[in-house]
Structures are given as C-alpha cells and as structure tokens.
Design a protein around this ligand. Structure first.
Ligand code: LLP
Length: 461
C-alpha cells in the first residue's frame, strides 16, 4: 500500500493534499510526491512548481521520478508475488520514449517495447540491452526489420507479409520472434484505442492460427518463442484481461500441436489511470493478480507448463508521474455563456482532448489554498476552436501570469506532441528529492527550421 498525501478531490477547494490511501500510482490524480508547501504553492518531487516555471519556462512537462519508479516496482513485485513462473515487465515506450525515461525504466529491471526504428534507436542509445527489447508494429519497414535483426531484439510479427519478409531476410542465426494474434475480445474504451476486437488492423486473425503455426513450424530461420495480444488501452474492467488469459492459453496448447515450443506469453498492456475523480481504475496489484491467476488456472486445466509471462504497460507506468505547467494569458468572459482562460500551449503538447475527448483536471500552482470560485474552459493557444485543454475546470480567481497545472499528462502527451502552428515542443524536467534535471530541452525557433530546405530559386523573390 502506498500511503500518500496526494489528493483524490476536495470539493469547493483546489486539489489540496488530503491524506488518503491509494494502492498504486495509477489511482492518483497527482504524482505521489505532490504537496502544497508553506508558500501555498504546488510542489512535485520536492520542487516548487512556480520556481520550476521560472527556471525552465512554460509549457513544461514535470516528471516525478518517484512515481514512475514506484509504478515499475509495483508491477514487478505483483507479478513476482502472484505468478509462480518466470515473468518480465516491459514498458510500452510509445507512451513516452526518450533517453531518460528509457534509462530509468530499464534501471528498474523492466524491458522495453518499441514500435519504430526511432524508438528502438532511442532505447539503444539509452543503454537498454536488446535481449529485453520487443519490436512491435503492424507495418514495419524493411529497414526497421533489418535494424531489429542486426540488433538482436525480439520481433513481434504482426502479419503474413512481415513473416515472409523475415524469412527472406534471415541469415545464419534464426530470428527471435513472437506472433501477435487478435483475440476477438471487446473492451470498453475509446474506439481509437481498442485493438483486440476482430475488426482491428493489428495482428493475425484467430481463424488463421493453424496456417500461421504450420508455416512458422516449417521455418528453421524463425525461432518463435512467444505469442502476444493487446486488447486496448485505458481499460478499467478486469474481466477483459481475465478472458484474454484463457484465450491465450488455448493458443499455447494449439501451438504445441505444431511442435512449436512457445515459452513466452505477452499479455499486452492496457490498465487505465485516473484522469478525474470519477475514474476508478483497479490497482496494479489487482490487475496483475487477475492475469497471473488466469494464466495459472488455464495452464493447469490444459496440463501445460507455465510460460514466461510478459506484460507491457505504458500509460499506467508513466501517465500519473507527470504534470504539465502552463502560464495563463488572456481571459475572455462571454457573459452568461462561458469564460475562456487561455494557456500558452494546447493541442500541440496535449493532443488527447481533441483526439479522444479526454477529460483532465487542473490546479493553479501559485494559488493552492484559494477557493474554487469559477467554472471556466481552459483554452489552448492554437488556431483551432477545438483546441480546448479542459472544457470545464473549477478554478480560483486567476490572472495573467498564474501557473496552471494539468494532471496526469505523462502518457501519450509528449510522445504525440506536434509543432502545429510552429510552436516549439516544450521542455521536460525530471524532479526528485528537490532536484530538477532537464531531460528534454525546449525546442527553439532554429530547431523548427532544422529540416527546412529553401531551394536556390526561391531565395530571391
Ligand atoms: N502494447 C501494445 C501492443 C500497444 O499497442 C499498447 C498501446 C500498449 C502495449 C500499451 O498500452 P497502455 O498500457 O499504455 O494502455 N494514444 C492513445 C493510446 C494508444 C495506445 C496504443 N497502444 C491515448 O493517448 O490514449
């Protein structure tokens, strides 16, 4: 049990710390180290957010090391506790892939899931060993496949084209692969982030199981070590993952008929996090328990040896560990309609509200003890009416220059950030025990021009 002073919610007040017990970071709106200090400012990782903003500017991603490390440890411990066989946690780095994050996660003993040459390159540069790297993707290029083969990571094969390409690329050493299969399991989450249903672009269809296994069993160049499935993201119900364990163990027994010696089952990721008080995700421990017990029971029933069990969470590891700080600028009051409070970022640093209608919570870091007196829309600065960070935010009275902090922005924010309207991407700092280290520099205008080329004939006009 993590005993923390982070908040769940406090009606009529800002999200002041209230002592509450939560089981794991994915159930907390704010990072585990969030406090209000004596100046009534929000503090994360022992750093005053108002000071961080003075030092590093805004928008600023503030990543709390303790929260990320706690989530990594909880995943590992829960699988060690509930699974009698071998297990490996791998971080789905699509949630946030950069050198510092890869290094931190690997230092906690987690492997890394990558989905592109770029993510693979970054993880390698961070010092992650290829034997704990898994390369996913439904349309890997030949260059990416070659890179993965050279490096020696495990390739999670998605489709027939990839399978045949790998056979043609293989050299003397067999290529270590897994097969991604579509389990045909529906889950309740946004349709864009569901992946396990039959009408999905990912993985082999379940009715192709026999032909895929038969093909792979005839290819000495392919060393098929495992089976993989991922049913979706931001999932709160445990039933879908429990169902998945049964389906995957059935696949395992079918693979045995083809004399494929599958030693690993990768159950994917998908555990949800709390973005608002009404979100109620299960703890990491509860999720792990259901999966481990499901695999053990299904293997016993089929008389199969326990495979090495792999899970690859992304959001629930890093989502709650980060907040984004913005500077408040213009306020537009439309009487009887709405007040817009505008910040200096928006859909370029957090495309999730406009993409998935995601809902976020915020606080004003320099007014933590003030009562919430207004309901406003927090607007971004992009030339797009839909660029609203939070449709309905409860805020104290604010003025230009105040620091608005949006919670739970660690997953799929930086990694999906863009330069829309030519905004430079924000900086990110890692905070821990009162120390703040830059992990991503703020882009400059020069950075924006780095890839621009101006043909000679356009230089004079
Ligand atoms: N494994 C595979 C094969 C995946 O496709 C994903 C996420 C994960 C693991 C990690 O899932 P997680 O534990 O993070 O739920 N951009 C969307 C989320 C897309 C998820 C893509 N796949 C968002 O911002 O909500």
């Amino acid at each position: 049990m993590v005993s923390t002073s982070t908040t769940v919610a406090a009606s009529g007040r800002q999200y002041l710390p209230v002592t509450t017990d939560i089981s794991s970071p994915n159930q907390s709106l704010l990072p585990l180290t969030a406090r209000v200090n004596s100046q009534q400012h929000l503090e994360v990782g022992g750093c005053d957010v108002v000071d961080l903003v003075k030092r590093f500017g805004t928008p600023l991603y503030i990543l709390d090391e303790e929260t990320l490390r706690t989530a990594c440890r909880q995943y590992r411990q829960a699988f060690e506790q509930h699974y009698p066989g071998e297990s490996l946690m791998i971080y789905a780095s699509k949630a946030w892939n950069c050198l510092a994050v890869c290094a931190m996660v690997a230092s906690e003993g987690l492997g890394i899931d990558v989905v592109s040459g770029g993510e693979l390159y970054t993880a390698l540069q961070a010092g992650v060993k290829p034997d704990i790297m898994y390369f996913h993707g439904n349309n890997k290029s030949i260059d990416e496949l070659q890179m993965a083969i050279e490096v020696g990571c495990t390739i999670v094969v998605d489709n027939w084209l990839e399978l045949r390409t790998l056979v043609s690329l293989a050299g003397d050493q067999p290529i270590r692969i897994m097969l991604r299969l579509t389990p045909g399991i529906e889950c309740h989450t946004h349709e864009y982030i569901r992946t396990g249903h039959l009408d999905s672009k990912f993985g082999f269809d379940p009715d192709q199981l026999d032909s895929v296994f038969a093909f792979v069993s005839q290819q000495p160049q392919l060393n098929c070590v495992g089976l993989h499935a991922h049913i979706g993201s931001q999932i709160f119900e445990l039933q879908a993952h429990q169902d998945l364990t049964g389906v995957m163990v059935q696949w395992l027994s079918k693979a045995a008929q083809y004399e494929l010696s599958i030693q690993e089952l990768d159950i994917g990721g998908g555990l949800g996090i709390r973005y608002t008080e009404s979100d109620d995700p299960p703890s990491i421990e509860a999720w792990a328990k259901v999966i481990c017990e499901g695999i053990v029971a299904a293997c016993r029933a089929q008389n199969l040896a326990l495979p090495k069990l792999i899970a690859e969470p992304g959001r629930s590891l890093i989502g709650p560990a980060c907040v984004t700080a913005y500077t408040i600028g213009n306020q537009k009051v439309i009487p009887n309609i709405r007040t817009y409070v505008t910040v200096d970022g928006g859909m370029s640093d957090n495309p999730r509200p406009i993409t998935y209608q995601s809902v976020y919570r915020s606080v004003v870091a320099n007014r933590m003890s003030e009562p919430l007196t207004q309901k406003v829309a927090v607007a971004g600065k992009h030339c797009e009416s839909g660029d609203i960070v939070i449709k309905q935010a409860d805020l104290p009275e604010t003025q230009a220059g105040d620091v608005l902090v949006v919670m739970a922005t660690g997953a799929y924010n930086y990694s999906m950030a863009s330069n829309y309207n030519r905004l430079p991407r924000p900086a990110a700092v890692l905070v821990h025990h009162g120390e703040a280290n830059l992990i991503l520099q703020r882009e400059t205008y020069q950075d924006l021009l780095r890839q621009d080329c101006l043909p000679e004939r356009l230089k004079e006009f």
